[in-house]
Write a protein of this length. Sequence first.
Lengths: 338, 395
Amino acid sequence: MSTITMANALNQALRDSIAEDENVLVFGEDVGTLGGVFRITDGLTRDFGEDRCFDTPLAEAGIVGFALGMCLTGFRPVVEMQFDAFAYPAFEQIASHVAKMRNRTAGKVTLPMVIRVPYAGGIGGVEHHCDSSEGYYAHTPGLKVVTPSTPADAYSLLREAIADPDPVVFMEPKVLYWSKADLELPATTEPFGRAAVRRNGTDVTLVTYGPSVPTALKAAEAAQEEGWNVEVIDLRTIVPFDDETVVESVRRTGRCVVVSEAQGFGGVAGEVAARVTERCFHSLEAPVLRVSGLDIPYPAPKLEHTYLPGVERILDAIARLQWDDVPDLHHAGAGATA
Amino acid sequence: MSDEPTVRHHESVVTPAGEHDITDGGPDMVQFLDAEGNRLETNESNAPYAEIVEALTAEDGRAMYRDLVLVRRVDAEGHALQRQGELGLWPSLLGQEAAQVGAGRAMRPQDYAFPGYREHGVAWCKGVPPENLLGMFRGVNNGGWDSNENNFHLYTIVIGNQMLHATGYAMGIQRDGAVGTGDESRDAAVMAFTGDGGTAQGDYNEALVFAGVANAPVVFFVQNNQWAISEPNYKQFRIPPYLRARGFGFPGVRVDGNDVLASYAVSKAAMDAARAGQGPTLIEAFTYRMGAHTTSDDPTKYRIAAEVDIWREKDPIKRMRGFMEKNGHADQEFFDAVDAEADEIAARIRKACQEMPNPELPTMFDNIYVDEHPVVAAERDEFVAYHASFEGAGH
Ligand SMILES: Cc1ncc(C[n+]2csc(CCOP(=O)(O)OP(=O)(O)O)c2C)c(N)n1
Ligand SMILES: [Mg+2]
């Protein structure tokens, strides 16, 4: 056992994938000599050579379009977008081509590509460095969308993403890059497509993912002191979505709060709330609530702590789950973010 | 097909370090001052601009020198404020002062500048108070100035995007008839700034296509500071930016970006041509990023100190001062006064930074739509009430 950060785990997953499969290539801006601005590709060029990990020109549409072409020749590219908002120049390639190639070729061509995207806020980054862009990808059929919240999952999910025959958008919560765990690598966690129950509880289910998982766990501990026994589910893979684990939990607890950093309107949290409502309606004691980012552009760093879903807002949402069977008139039906 | 590059001018092909000299801009580069500030003889590349330089007075030179020193001091203060925790991030322009002051001084008030994020020197020349640049880096706003007040657009962090905005603006003023009238106070043009790395982006190349097709009044000013974070030129392009301009249908010029006279002269000629309706020019200012990419970066990971040392010898301020001293254009009293002014400005910026108020919470809901959107308004009201509920509750 050793203490490993999420950044270390991702680096090791890339190393092991490169070592095991000669078709795996890592490329992007500053990933070579520098090892990436977050050092996730640290030492890969040194240890495996320019052939396996290399710097590209500064053009994201180019990086992803070019990765697509390389897939066609049998490579398995793992590309890095430097920050969430800097992946947007590549969005056309991703949405129009990467996501659809298998469908357009009637299954003849698959694209085993991984697009790594450091995402979300909480690091005091200036604008364009804090976006939660998972919703755009999750909304695009043909893409798998993955986001780890622990070092073990970072390793295991990235290995699986690279081995996966479909394109995977691998969303890395920047704020957790330096989070640590004692573990032995290689580690294998729950399989792709499975959510993980991070904390067992009986009264309410918090469904969350990525950067919000530690916050949800803290909120669950705080809620315990107030007498609520909270279950916390980490989705791990937003696509494919694990209805089974979520539905089983909510049917048991009868209450559900979805926690996500992204803007609430039209986002992943809304999708989760809708799926839970459709499947668990008769078990629900209260409307499903969302605690999400606000429906505004990501604010300047001095305000981000109020924008991000924190423990207080999660507790506040839990408190509003009609524990006394008194309908919460203010929120019922509004579906508003807490 | 052979492995030989299809390019004929082999000397202009950009190749890995060691195979070409990243400290030498080559014979095409327009230069008026050598590293010591000696005025160079007229030669093939600087001849077209010699008249502009000849027309500069000692007074003009002093004004340029003052800008160089003040801009460097503003930058140093930004860097220091970041180190002391007052700013979250600072991208330093150290080494690029002459490129920016030359370009900035070639603009008239009616001309519009579209910067990247390092153009503090251009901002200065456009009259933007340096304090205004700090808000975004302090984390109190997402921009912080009215871009129409000084015709200086907001900083654009997403590489290359602003080149399109600049070209669109140029096409707009072209349609307004503010180009080629011969009226000095009316004719306008645009300057669009990016870096060597920026030239790889699709947006950059599309902007050049549009500008060429429309013959738009825009000057693309590429500061080739040799590095795009950790990536040197040879990872971004095979042919340097100034030579690529031809392919888009307009002239490209490489200028010594550490020579303020050359940067000014080349910029003025290009802006005059654009205002007169003669279309775009691409200027590649050959310079060097003396510092880290930003305060978050550690350049020792990817470049050698010897390279920085060579470029330190080409310092733009030392060079201009040498020129002025050799020609008796300024005395010690002048230089001391500029230094004193720099200290005053630095103190002013520091104070303004420290006193910058944190934004009030409800302001983050402002200015999202022109008309209030009920979803946002409801969230704001709920949110304000929610935060008010903590007041007096020990939170
Ligand atoms: C679209 C986009 N991709 C990546 C980045 C991250 N990034 C910020 S600056 C930079 C390098 C820019 O180099 P260059 O254009 O030479 O300008 P310089 O910083 O040297 O002034 C990169 C890759 C970004 N801001 N935008
Ligand atoms: Mg550069």
